[in-house]
Ligand binder design. Structure first.
Ligand code: NAP
Length: 266
């Protein structure tokens, strides 16, 4: 598969890395673009094709990934408008808050678009990616699902859930990372060196996630197995809840989802 990644920032570069590791593409099959040529040097050194010319970059692409910020998208769509070949090329947009209708209105009629909301764990083939297709074929959706399945796990959702997906899945990486950092900071205060504290906290978080995913259980069911009466776990957990642990997470996710909805200005 030949891929063009328009916007080689955090998510664009992670996507390129993931596509390479998944075996879907060689580095020579992937063209990444940015406006500043010097920022592309590192990717060029890794063997990727790079360009500052979006039109040229998509010429031979089967799939065009849009990976710019919402406020940068209209300029990109204006550049690609005459070059996209709807019969040959599929558009995959990871841009927050921009609907397939918004994109379609700015491109040629009949263009096929899929929205994807992955996270940066694509780099380690562990992304949670939510996909929505309003005007693409089942075969297109299957192709994109196959791509993102090699970069982690996928779920197909209704497009109106995309801002919610942004909060829970894309921003979610940061929320869980901050939780791990907080746990590690607690670990240092009770005697671990920082590096060991992060390893212990991160592996424990991974274990907690695996318990849920492999057992199909509810978190509270697994918590019940760890909290003995009058024990140290329930004491620590309740102290965190008195300080608003669950409430802070819920409020943060709601705020992120609301902001995600408003990021794109037509
Ligand atoms: N980061 C995440 O975890 C994540 C997860 C899911 C979805 N997303 C979505 O993915 C998109 C990108 O996010 P990000 O975090 O990767 O942002 P980012 O790091 O700022 O990347 C955006 C990139 O687009 C490039 N760019 C801007 N205008 C361009 C143009 N006209 N032509 C070519 N390249 C252009 C910028 O480089 P120059 O300034 O050099 O042009 C920059 O490298 C956003 O819409 C975000 O909502 C992000």
């Amino acid at each position: 598969m030949k891929a063009a990644i328009i916007g080689a920032g955090n998510i664009g570069a992670a996507l390129a890395d993931g596509l390479l590791k998944s075996g879907n593409c060689t580095s020579n099959d992937i063209t990444l673009t940015r406006r500043s040529i010097h920022s592309l040097q590192e990717l060029s050194d890794q063997g990727f094709r790079v360009s500052t010319d979006n039109k040229e970059a998509i010429l031979h692409a089967d799939v065009v990934f849009l990976c710019v910020l919402p406020q940068q998208l209209n300029a990109v769509l204006a550049q690609l408008q005459d070059t996209i070949d709807p019969k040959k090329q599929l558009i995959v947009s990871v841009v927050t808050g921009v609907t397939t209708k918004d994109i379609g209105e700015r491109l040629v009629p009949g263009v096929r678009i899929i929205r994807a909301m992955p996270n940066t764990a694509m780099r380690v083939n562990a992304s949670m990616t939510c996909l929505a297709a309003a005007n693409a074929t089942p075969a297109d959706l299957q192709l994109v699902q196959d791509i993102f399945n090699t970069l982690g796990t996928t779920i197909i959702i209704n497009e109106e859930m995309m801002s919610a997906a942004t909060a829970l899945c894309a921003c979610g990486i940061a929320f869980f990372l901050r939780s791990i950092r907080a746990a590690a900071q607690g670990g240092v205060e009770i005697g671990f060196h920082a590096r060991d504290a992060i390893t212990i906290a991160a592996q424990t978080a991974l274990g907690a996630a695996e318990l849920l995913l492999q057992n199909g259980t509810h978190p509270e069911e697994e918590i019940d197995k760890v909290t003995s009466p009058k024990g140290c776990t329930i004491a620590g957990l309740n102290e965190m809840e008195h300080n608003g642990l669950s409430s802070a997470m819920i409020k943060g996710i709601k705020l992120s989802a609301n902001i995600a909805q408003e990021l794109y200005k037509k």
